[in-house]
Design a protein around this ligand. Structure first.
Ligand SMILES: NC(=O)c1ccc[n+]([C@@H]2O[C@H](COP(=O)([O-])OP(=O)(O)OC[C@H]3O[C@@H](n4cnc5c(N)ncnc54)[C@H](OP(=O)(O)O)[C@@H]3O)[C@@H](O)[C@H]2O)c1
Length: 413
């Protein structure tokens, strides 16, 4: 007999969808510290459109975007969706997971109930004329980040995704390993391989900020798998070995420098001191590489605190590629170096399906590991975001069990 609500880990027959489900949600009246903003609730299981799938979530990755969702800043994702006509007054987030396809819409033909999967995080309207014309969906007007800008993500017992987001679960990974990597790995892959001709080539030096973080750990491994030389930046010495184990050719501790933040006016006295710091940082990169080679690609996401240095150390004709402004959005750089040395400043956001599939193949081939850090329980979703917000989280990608009841389950090869 179908029940209205199943416990986490209790498995109805494949295809049986209960009326309600467990989920972690944010509501507007509790925006603020992630540990208080995220709360467990029982909510209605969402209905599917013709191209949607419902995924029985085994484990969910924890990502920074849902720190922002908890804060309600820089975007109130609930109000934003309500403006577009969606009725829900909550955000059931989560942008990364492993699980089992549980139900599919009437027009879905690329997966079926029972398939083990991971879910890519790029969401768009399949009827969007831009997408239909074959152009990069990540540039379509309808594009959203799944489980951040869309509701019913991977902090739900049953997550609602679009069928094109479904990727194969790597058989050698447990549910929690498979649930933690896709958002960061696919974002890193697009940044490193999505902007020709600035893609990682054999021998290229790539500077990776926040290298022990979720994005950074993925970037180190992807660069290394593609034959490049990743140089890692960290702030605590206990992250050094971790970065070396993920393929870094050398590691720089940013606390050895103090020229961070907005660049001083180029006519001021302070600018000289800033320039001295930036040059010393550049020399530290050469020391890691073993020769005077500047980074062809600078993998950026801290933003305001680091971009002036990124702009300076980037090689002639190279690219600074950036997907976030974790430390602030008000960026500065010395334009003289930018134009004279013909550098490129490129924004990047999540990944399209091809990029998600390409990085998934690197994971399946064992060339990139998920970079899993700690495994937490479902009820620790709020605390895991709090650790991230305070930059006190363990290195790599955190994950929470959802329907998987124990660690280590789900490996089939
Ligand atoms: N647009 C997209 O598609 C996309 C996708 C994924 C993530 N993101 C964004 O990218 C950012 C990073 O995500 P993540 O998952 O890698 O987070 P994470 O695991 O928390 O890593 C962020 C890293 O940033 C470094 N950091 C913190 N403060 C810094 C500062 N003042 N200067 C330099 N580095 C600093 C920290 O490393 P150290 O303290 O060791 O230096 C930390 O490990 C977040 O803002 C997230 O929302 C964007």
């Amino acid at each position: 007999m179908t029940k209205d609500l199943y416990d986490l880990g209790e498995m109805p027959e494949v295809g049986v969808v209960p009326k309600n489900m467990h989920a972690f949600t944010v509501r507007q009246d509790r925006f603020g510290d992630p540990k208080d903003a995220w709360k467990r609730e029982v909510i209605p299981t969402p209905e599917l459109g013709p191209k949607d799938v419902l995924v029985y979530v085994m484990a969910t990755g924890i990502n920074y975007n849902n720190v922002w969702a908890a804060l309600g800043y820089p975007l109130d994702v609930i109000a934003d969706r309500q403006k577009k006509g969606e009725p829900e007054d909550f955000h059931a987030g989560g942008s990364d997971c492993s699980g089992i396809v549980w139900a599919v819409g009437s027009e879905v033909d690329n997966c079926k109930p029972g398939d083990e999967c991971v879910v890519a995080s790029g969401w768009w309207d399949p009827e969007d004329p831009w997408v239909k014309s074959g152009k990069d969906p990540m540039l379509a007007n309808s594009t959203r980040v799944w489980g951040y800008q869309t509701n019913y993500g991977s902090y739900c017992q049953f997550a609602k995704a679009q069928s094109h987001q479904i990727q194969k679960k790597p058989k050698h990974l447990s549910w929690e390993e498979a649930g933690c990597y896709m958002l960061c790995a696919s974002t890193a892959y697009r940044m490193l391989m999505g902007f020709e001709p600035h893609t990682v080539k054999e021998g290229d030096v790539v500077l990776v900020w926040g290298a022990a973080g979720g994005l950074g750990a993925s970037a180190l491994q992807i660069v290394s798998a593609l034959g490049g030389k990743p140089v890692a930046v960290i702030s605590e010495e206990d992250k050094r070995d971790f970065c070396m184990s993920k393929g870094a050719v050398g590691v720089i501790n940013r606390k050895d420098f103090d020229h961070w933040g907005t660049m001083p006016d180029t006519k001021s006295k302070e600018w000289g001191a800033w320039m001295k710091g930036a040059r010393a940082f550049g020399a530290a990169i050469w020391e890691c590489v073993g020769e005077r080679q500047n980074p062809q690609i600078v993998f950026e996401h801290p933003g305001e605190a680091t971009l002036p240095t990124s702009g300076f150390v980037c090689d002639k004709g190279g690219m600074i590629v950036i997907c976030a402004g974790t430390t602030g959005y008000n960026i500065t750089m010395d334009l003289r170096y930018h134009w004279m040395m013909q550098k490129r400043l490129q924004g990047s956001h999540v990944a399209n399906d091809e990029q998600a599939a390409a990085v998934n193949e690197l994971v399946i081939a064992g060339k990139v590991d998920p970079g899993m850090s700690e495994v937490y329980s479902f009820d620790e979703i709020g605390n895991a975001h709090q650790l991230m917000w305070e930059n006190k989280h363990p290195h790599g990608n955190m994950v929470c069990l959802v329907n998987a009841t124990e660690k280590g389950q789900g490996k089939t090869a």
